[in-house]
Design a protein around this ligand. Structure first.
Ligand SMILES: N[C@@H](CCC(=O)N[C@@H](CS)C(=O)NCC(=O)O)C(=O)O
Length: 211
């Protein structure tokens, strides 16, 4: 039987990592299609914005923009809240993690030498927001929004993964966040995915500063 979802991307974790982590952890089957430097230019015109990732649903509907894909999957699989006000609370934490992620990616993609130190200087304040939020949640439900697992938790894990690659010690002063990261990484399906050859093969980003 063909899969409902086909994810198409390039050989990196990059902008597809959040999507893959959610699909893997939720046990949602999908076909993965990968282009490389050699065959991507010819395929480019077949995709809505001539960029990847793209999620093809039911073999015909193409969804581009990584965050649109992630939010769509989250809505479909109960990770986005069940009404507008719940969705707004999830979105708010999701966007906060994406702000951190964008700042981190700017460092490695735009000007590593110039932007690294200002980023590291601003990091404690950014992490403190998540630390305080998670610390206020009950031990049994360390989640960013709605007291339950949502896309915002996956996005937080995703950005912390990149952060730890950049600076392994970066969570040393935020113990609750560190525990969140460790516990999330131990989720059985997620852990199994992160141990696959595919996950290990894919470099973190296209930048030499974050592999
Ligand atoms: N805002 C878009 C950006 C997509 C994007 O920049 N994709 C890059 C890879 S990460 C790409 O397709 N590069 C190849 C190209 O532009 O030809 C998203 O989040 O999906």
């Amino acid at each position: 039987m063909s899969q409902k979802y086909e994810l198409t991307y390039l050989p990196a974790k990059g902008k597809a990592n959040l999507i893959r982590l959610m699909l893997a952890d939720q046990g949602i089957p999908y076909k993965y299609t990968e282009y490389d430097r050699a065959n991507w230019p010819a395929a480019k015109p077949n995709y809505p914005f001539k960029q990847l990732p793209v999620l093809t649903v039911d073999g015909s509907i193409q969804i581009a923009q990584s965050h649109s894909i992630a939010r769509y999957l989250a809505r479909e699989h109960g990770l986005m809240g069940s009404n507008s006000i719940e969705q707004a609370q999830v979105d708010m934490w999701l966007d906060q993690t994406l702000d951190l992620r964008n700042r981190l990616l700017n460092v490695v993609h735009i000007d590593f030498e110039k932007l690294l130190q200002p980023f590291l200087n601003s990091l404690p304040d950014m992490l403190e927001i998540f630390e305080t939020r998670l610390a206020a949640q009950p031990a049994s439900a360390k989640h960013l929004a709605l007291g339950k697992l949502t896309i915002a938790d996956y996005a937080l894990f995703d950005v912390l993964y990149y952060l730890q690659l950049l600076r392994p010690e970066s969570l040393d002063n935020t113990p609750v966040l560190k525990a969140f990261y460790t516990e999330f990484a131990a989720r059985p399906k997620l852990q199994a995915y992160m141990e696959t050859d595919e996950f290990k093969r894919l470099r973190a980003t296209g930048s030499p500063h974050l592999q």
